[in-house]
Design a protein around this ligand. Structure first.
Ligand code: F0G
Length: 458
């Protein structure tokens, strides 16, 4: 008999989670104004809101926490992290920050000016927020395949070189802050960027004299997909692939809450000493002194270990196979999602699952609320609410895709939980004909509205 696959860890600490009744959930979600962010975590049974900061640290990481050096300046934890960054991605200069968006804030304070453009592959919302806040424009150059959820294209995070070159030709070099490659591309469904594409983008960038930044939150998952899907990489280790990827980057921003498997943390890494020096001033102003930047010593120690563990094949295989397991269950039930399954999440195609809900009434949000009512699962809308209004016209932006993200925390849930998620979604899908109306917005913030939006049921 073929031996089945099993996780490459065992569990030595657990945290209880709580069931609730339909009536309780109905009351709680109404009180939360139908915004899943506004729920209390004890009102949630399985929390798929995000894979960010929600993973389980290892025994090695917890042990390293105890050895944290809390000196204000020059702590050993800082040097541990500096060494890990040098070993894993090869950069000499780095600044710790408290998380990914803080890294964006500090670095963009140096590089992004009013009127600039920032081409890339579907920028993450805080990245776009930090660009638009500086009155610059994020330009999405992702390949068109990313907009066809049923297309099995293996690298839907890729940048379309023609779209990119059109931007590089149109704007003078001084107006292009940098090219941003998000690995994996969260917004397009946790989809990877191929090594070939990374190499081609870098070559084009150098032809036009532009810097390349990797938004690196899920860089290790990206490397796993390169190993699995790209010819010539099947026998390379994840660490070798990562080193090769970063030969084609000048800068990186990192949310360590994802692939470094910590609850808080981030950093910026640089090839250029000059840009590093400019950024230090902003780091000291916004984050903290250059050797802690908003992180405690113990946090930096945990990130250092996490970077090493997060780039191990066995860990990544366990992680990504669990996401694929959820995808396979949904296939069984005929539920459409962004194919192939992403690295950190399944992105359900809400327009296909709830075809009767008009786009102006937010089908993905509607699906998210229904899934919560069904069994207490919390997910996130990646659709028109998240897309915000156009900063100039103030009209609602309707992205091509209207998705519901089921983000899977690292090393946290078992496949029994995955079975519950899939069955709950199937139950909602089975009653899709009865779900015809969605929600209207009663309150929204001027930027990044999805976090605090308030809704009313129609
Ligand atoms: N870049 C990407 C690709 C991200 O996915 C995130 C966060 C950030 C930057 C910002 O990092 O949260 O540490 O400040 N993504 C989380 C998510 C929040 O749920 O996808 P952060």
């Amino acid at each position: 008999m073929k031996i089945p696959f099993a996780e490459s860890f065992r569990i030595k600490m657990v945290e209880p989670i709580r069931h609730s009744t339909y009536e309780e959930r109905e009351r709680w979600i109404k009180e939360a104004k139908y915004n899943l962010f506004a729920l209390r975590s004890d009102q949630v049974f399985i929390d798929l809101l995000t894979d960010s900061g929600t993973g389980a640290m290892s025994d090695r990481q917890w042990a390293a926490m105890m050895l944290g050096d809390e000196s204000y300046a020059g702590s050993s934890s800082y040097f541990n992290l500096k060494k890990a960054i040098k070993d894993i991605v090869g950069f000499d200069y780095f600044l710790p920050t408290h998380q990914g968006r803080a890294a964006e804030n500090v670095l963009f304070s140096v590089l992004v000016k009013e009127g600039d453009v920032v081409p890339g592959n579907s920028h993450f919302d805080t990245t776009k927020g930090h660009i638009e806040f500086r009155k610059a424009t994020a330009m999405d150059c992702t390949v068109d395949e990313a907009n066809e959820t049923q297309n099995e294209y293996p690298f839907k995070g890729n940048i379309d070189l023609n779209k990119l070159e059109a931007v590089l030709k149109k704007y003078p070099k001084e107006k292009i802050s940098f090219i941003c490659i998000t690995v994996t591309c969260n917004t397009s469904g946790g989809q990877p960027v191929s090594m070939e594409n990374i190499r081609d983008v870098y070559a084009l960038a150098k032809k036009y004299g532009i810097l390349v930044l990797f938004d690196s939150a899920r860089f290790a998952e990206n490397a796993y997909f390169i190993k699995k899907r790209e010819k010539g990489y099947e026998n390379k280790t994840i660490k070798e692939i990562v080193r090769e990827m970063y030969q084609y980057a000048d800068l990186m921003t990192m949310s360590a809450k994802k692939d470094a498997i910590v609850n808080i943390g981030g950093f910026i890494a640089f090839r250029s000493e000059e840009i590093y020096r400019q950024a230090t001033t902003f780091n000291i102003m916004f984050e903290g002194y250059i050797t802690y930047g908003g992180m405690s010593g113990r946090d930096m120690n945990a990130v250092a270990i996490g970077l090493d563990e997060g780039t191990e094949f066995d860990y990544l295989e366990t992680r990504i196979r669990q996401v694929e397991y959820l995808g396979a269950k949904l296939d069984e039930y005929g539920i459409s999602y962004q194919r192939p399954a992403g690295g950190h999440a399944i992105f359900v195609d809400a327009l296909k699952v709830l075809p009767k809900v008009p786009r102006e009434e937010f089908p993905a949000q509607t699906l998210g609320v229904e899934l919560y009512l069904e069994s207490g699962i919390r997910s996130t809308e990646i659709g028109a609410i998240l897309a915000d209004r156009d900063p100039v016209t103030r009209e609602n932006r309707y992205p091509k895709l209207e998705l519901l993200r089921l983000a899977i925390p690292r090393r946290t849930y078992t496949n029994n939980h995955i079975d519950v998620i899939a069955a709950s979604l199937k139950n909602v899908y089975d009653r899709r004909d009865t779900i015809t109306r969605g929600y209207k917005i009663t309150y929204e913030a001027p930027i990044m509205r999805h976090f605090t939006v308030e809704l009313e049921k129609l």
